[in-house]
Structures are given as structure tokens and as C-alpha cells.
Ligand binder design. Structure first.
Ligand SMILES: [Zn+2]
Length: 349
């Protein structure tokens, strides 16, 4: 420090500065001896390399260029970020942008969220992309991957319940509303990840119960709260429409087979009534249409195998061709529900 300027400063000011500096701690891993710029977050000091940070972030480059502060004879920058977030970001920068992700749980989510926020703030693209990709594994946009994930989640929940009891399940899975809130805060608006998140959130209506606290959807913006309500309403309407018996399924019979066509339509109505009725009046809610329709596909397949047995016994039953068609129709209905979600929740950009 310049002794000449110190002589001009009041004693109390100097004492206060000495006391404040005494509380400062060098970060154990990220205070490099050959660093040439000091960053201060709270009482923690990071001594890092200006060129390395400037290379990855134009925001840092501009901040360094405008900065006039010094500390310990080096240019210094005081930032208002959390120490842990800055630590994650600098670790990523100094580790070739490699990010070691823990399993995504309620406990590990804040670290990941902090890193996404700070990577967005300083416009460091690779950690941001890596985190978005990690979230996409948890909330995939393809129906096939979604189905795989459901199996995986059920197994993890079962394990957790066996180890820690029923209450543990809620802590295992990060709440989709928290993830949506985080993504919006970080200017991420792509339907690719938001659609499966909104669907997941819509399946959790069972969690909302009196006395209502608003806690479950608190991280959502007012616009996203409206989007959720309207989306659920539209999704339930689509579910109801999908329960209409697809009699067109039988229209592959040519006009010359009029009697066969009418017989198949009658058999299909009977089959459909039994299966759809069981789905419509089942116990519990209708919060999970994509999963419910997987159940519909399964039940229709069973009904078709019973029809094959009946045909072998020379009894009236849906013909093999119509059985194949109705299975394909129900599978398509399920895919239509999944593919409609972006539109239903008005997430298209
Ligand atoms: Zn037929």
C-alpha cells in the first residue's frame, strides 16, 4: 500500500481496513500463487488468472477492464456471488470445463442450481449446457426415454422407501416447479425441457391439498401458474376425448365384407366398453394420462389375446386384423397425448 496516501487517511479508517482484511481468507484450492487478479466474495479471496477467465467470459473480461480496485498489490474485484457458486464455477473453468455431477436429489440440486445461475450471469456457456443436458436426462423429451425414466424412478423410490420409509420419496426427486423457476430465472425457455417438466408438475396435483399453502408452485411466475392451470384443463379434455371408442379402426373391411364389419364394430364396442370403463372409473386420480394410457394399451392387448382364444373356440370375437388395428390406435392415442403437451401448456416459442 502507498505509505504517502496512508498518511492522509484518518486513523479510524485505516484501523477498519486492517480489521476487515484480517478476516479475509484465501480459498484453499483456488488462490493461485501465480494468479494476477483477486476476486473477493464475502470474506473469501480467490487469486486467479485474468487471461483464463477473460477467455471463457466476456463479462469477466469487461469487469476486469473497468475495474480500478486493488488488494495485496493486485487488481481486485468484489462480487456479490455465493462463495460456493464461485467455487463451482472456477473449478469448472480450471478443470477443462469438466463438471462432476452428483445424482440429482433434493440435497444436490442447490449446488447445480447455483452453478447454472452463476454460469448464466458470467455467460460461461459450457457449464450451462452441461447442466441443461443433465436436467434433460431427468426430464427427457422423447416418450421412449420418458418411459425408461419412469421405470428407473419407480425402482429408486422403492429402494428409498424400503431403506427410509414412505416420507423419503418426496426428498428423492427434485420438484419440477423448482427446476422450472430456475430455468426461467436463467433465461432458458425451450419447450424441449420445459414440456416434460410441466407434464411432471401436472402429475403432482395430488400433492396439493388443504390447507393450501401455495408452496408447491411458489417458484413459478404468475404466467407459468396460469399456464399450468390452463394446460391441465386442456390435458384432461384430451384424455376424455381419447376415451371415445375408435370404431373407424374396423373400417379396413371392404364393403363386400359388410357383415364382418358390423360384427367387428359390435365386438369392438363391447371390448372398448370393458377396458375404457375400467380406466375411467378406476380408483384414484387421473393425474398421469401418459402412464394411464400405457395401462390402456396393456389392457387392450390382453383383451385381444382373449379374442384370439375365443376365435379359436369358434365364438364371436374381434377379428385378428381389427385387433392389430385397435392396439395401434391406442398406442397412437398415447403418443398423441405426449406430442400434444407442448401445445397444451402453450410452451412453443
Ligand atoms: Zn375385423
Amino acid at each position: 500500500m502507498d505509505m504517502h496516501s496512508d498518511r492522509k487517511r484518518p486513523r479510524t479508517e485505516l484501523d477498519a481496513e486492517v480489521a476487515a482484511n484480517a478476516q479475509l481468507t484465501n480459498h484453499p484450492d483456488l488462490y493461485f500463487e501465480d494468479g494476477n487478479v483477486i476476486m473477493k466474495t464475502g470474506n473469501t479471496l480467490f487469486c486467479v488468472h485474468r487471461t483464463i477467465l477473460s477467455k471463457h467470459s466476456t463479462v469477466f473480461r469487461d469487469l476486469f477492464a473497468q475495474n480500478t480496485q486493488t488488494l495485496r498489490g493486485l487488481p481486485s474485484l468484489t462480487v456479490d456471488d455465493d462463495k460456493e457458486d464461485m467455487e463451482s464455477l472456477l473449478n469448472a473453468v480450471y478443470d477443462g470445463m469438466h463438471i462432476d455431477f452428483p445424482t440429482l436429489t433434493v440435497e444436490s440440486f442447490p449446488t447445480l442450481a447455483g452453478l447454472l445461475r452463476i454460469a448464466t450471469k458470467y455467460q460461461i456457456q459450457r457449464p450451462r449446457t452441461a447442466i441443461i443436458e443433465r436436467l434433460q436426462i431427468q426430464w427427457p423429451s422423447s416418450l421412449e426415454k420418458h418411459d425408461e425414466k419412469q421405470v428407473d424412478v419407480r425402482e429408486r423410490l422403492l429402494q428409498q422407501q424400503q431403506q427410509q420409509g414412505d416420507g423419503a420419496a418426496e426428498n428423492l426427486i427434485v420438484h419440477p416447479a423448482s427446476v422450472i423457476g430456475l430455468l426461467r430465472e436463467c433465461n432458458y425457455n425451450s419447450p424441449e425441457l420445459l414440456t416434460p417438466l410441466f407434464y411432471d408438475l401436472s402429475t403432482r396435483v395430488w400433492q396439493f391439498e388443504a390447507p393450501f399453502t401455495g408452496y408447491h408452485i411458489m417458484p413459478l411466475s404468475p404466467a407459468d401458474k396460469e399456464r399450468l392451470i390452463v394446460g391441465i384443463n386442456k390435458l384432461r379434455s384430451l384424455q376424455i376425448q381419447s376415451f371415445a371408442c375408435p370404431t373407424v379402426t374396423c373400417l379396413r373391411h371392404p364393403p363386400a365384407e359388410q357383415r364382418r364389419l358390423l360384427a367387428c364394430q359390435t365386438e369392438l364396442l363391447k371390448m372398448w366398453h370393458n377396458v375404457a370403463y375400467a380406466c375411467m372409473v378406476k380408483d384414484g386420480d387421473h393425474c398421469r394420462p401418459v402412464e394411464d394410457w400405457a395401462g390402456m394399451v396393456g389392457m387392450i392387448r390382453i383383451a385381444c389375446s382373449k379374442a384370439a382364444t375365443a376365435r379359436d373356440a369358434q365364438k364371436d370375437a374381434l377379428c385378428a386384423s381389427c385387433c392389430n388395428s385397435v392396439v395401434a390406435t391406442v398406442e397412437q392415442s398415447r403418443r398423441t397425448i405426449w406430442n400434444s403437451l407442448t401445445g397444451l401448456f402453450a410452451l412453443a416459442q
